[in-house]
Design a protein around this ligand. Structure first.
Ligand code: HOZ
Length: 428
């Protein structure tokens, strides 16, 4: 029996589903989750010492690849000075100054420990600022697991068919309106009918959590414009896209400025660190300056902030040019493999995030995404894994490339995908 199988058996006795985050259980693709022993650069090694080219990258943070020497050194160095103080540090000031210099939408920010906390706190601040209750989110977008955001949510919630989670009191989500992503008309109508009640619109500016779905036709601009016209707060959830699709996220890539921004993943350098921030007038509502309460013992943790600063130092134009190049290589190779196998599938990509959907494109929203043949995706995933290529274990997730990947890694993955897709057509 493999080490992963043995560990999974033990894990299922003491951890729900054997995992600490549902999608890791591989239920959407079948097979046994690999228990990871170590990682380096673009590669993961499981407990049986099998090597994989990694396209999950801890779900986004590992933009430099795993165990980057500067990041590891920063963590080791910080740890010798203590692991947590629950008191302010110089590091946090530098971190906040660094982020505000990268994101013109952020005049002030609060560090927190996860993307879930960031979105939850940003919405609380927006509600406190506007004095309104209603928020708008988009179907298939996932903003963490706060009660009022687990409505028609993407990621694991979509994968497991529970976009509306049990355990969320109906009242908790009563003020959450959900609309189709990329539907400007629906958004306009919502503002026309309920504009004076709307506190905020929260959006993943490129959705990563129903698979990779880019915004179309000025959708982001329209969100910002309508929010400003109706004195609501536009919130970009750039937990996944921040420092990923450009150094200053999707907002920097397309040149727009939301009222608030949530960040996580890359800005934490692989440690539990996230942040929310925005216009000074909004952030001045946050305690102790204002009446919106939010706190956290591990917020701005010195080890996490050290990893973050060491990571951000490496985010330069050369890195993003490389990521764009590798992304284009993978996209073109997968498209060619799909065409060769004559399979109904499409690739969607923004920079170094990408999804192979097993349905005809384009995928513009959740209704499009959910037409995907998830069983076929599962078989594709298993085939790739068996050949040493580790893709996200669910159709409704994005794959990520890091600066540690090489052209030959990508070429190997394309060759494997060609084989696997052909195999799928032969056996369907
Ligand atoms: N919700 C995450 C993907 N969008 C999964 C996190 C994890 O399992 O680590």
């Amino acid at each position: 029996m493999s080490q992963s199988t043995e560990l999974f058996t033990r894990a299922q006795r003491v951890i729900p589903g054997g995992v600490n985050s549902p999608v890791r259980a591989f239920r959407a693709v079948g097979g046994t989750p690999r228990f990871i022993a170590r990682a380096e650069g673009a590669y993961l090694y499981d407990e049986d010492n099998v090597k994989y080219v990694d396209y999950v990258g801890s779900w986004g943070p590992m933009i430099l690849g795993h165990a980057h020497p500067d990041v590891v050194h920063a963590i080791q160095d910080a740890a010798t000075r203590g692991t947590s103080y629950g008191a302010p540090t110089a590091l946090e000031v530098t971190f906040a100054e660094t982020i505000t210099s990268l994101y013109s939408s952020i005049a002030m920010l609060r560090a927190v420990s996860s993307g879930t906390e960031a979105t939850m706190a940003a919405i609380r601040a927006a509600r406190g600022f506007t004095g309104r209750d209603v928020i708008i989110k988009f179907e298939g977008c996932y903003h963490g697991h706060a009660d009022f955001l687990l409505v028609k949510a993407g990621s694991g919630a979509a994968t497991f068919g529970v976009p509306d989670s049990a355990g969320v009191p109906s009242g908790a989500a009563a003020n959450t309106l959900t609309l189709p992503f990329n539907d400007k008309g629906a958004l306009l109508r919502a503002f026309e009918t309920r504009g004076s009640e709307i506190a905020a619109v929260i959006v993943e500016p490129v959705v990563g959590n129903m698979g990779c779905v880019p915004p179309l036709g000025q959708f982001l601009e329209v969100i910002i414009d309508l929010c400003s016209r109706y004195q609501a707060v536009s919130i970009f959830d750039e937990v996944m896209t921040g420092c990923r699709v450009s150094k200053s996220g999707m907002q920097g890539r397309v040149g727009v400025t939301p009222d608030m921004t949530c960040l996580g993943k890359i800005i934490g350098g692989g440690m539990p660190l996230a942040a929310y921030g925005g216009k000074r007038a909004i952030m001045e509502k946050v305690a102790p300056l204002g009446p919106v309460y939010q706190a956290g013992t591990l917020s701005g943790n010195p080890i996490a902030v050290s990893a973050a600063l060491a990571t951000i130092k490496h985010l330069d134009d050369g890195l993003y040019a490389k990521l764009e190049r590798l992304g284009a290589q993978l996209e073109a190779g997968l498209n060619a493999a799909v065409a060769h196998a004559q399979i109904e599938a499409c690739v969607q990509r923004v920079g170094s995030m990408l999804t192979l959907f097993f349905t005809r494109g384009p995928i513009r929203n959740w209704d499009d995404a959910k037409r995907s043949d998830t069983a076929l995706f599962g078989r594709f995933h298993q085939g790739m894994l068996a050949r040493g290529h580790y893709f996200p274990p669910a159709q409704f997730e994005a794959a990520f490339i890091s600066g540690a990947h090489t052209e030959s890694d990508i070429a190997g993955t394309i060759a494997a995908a060609r084989d696997v897709l052909l195999e799928l057509t032969r056996t369907t």
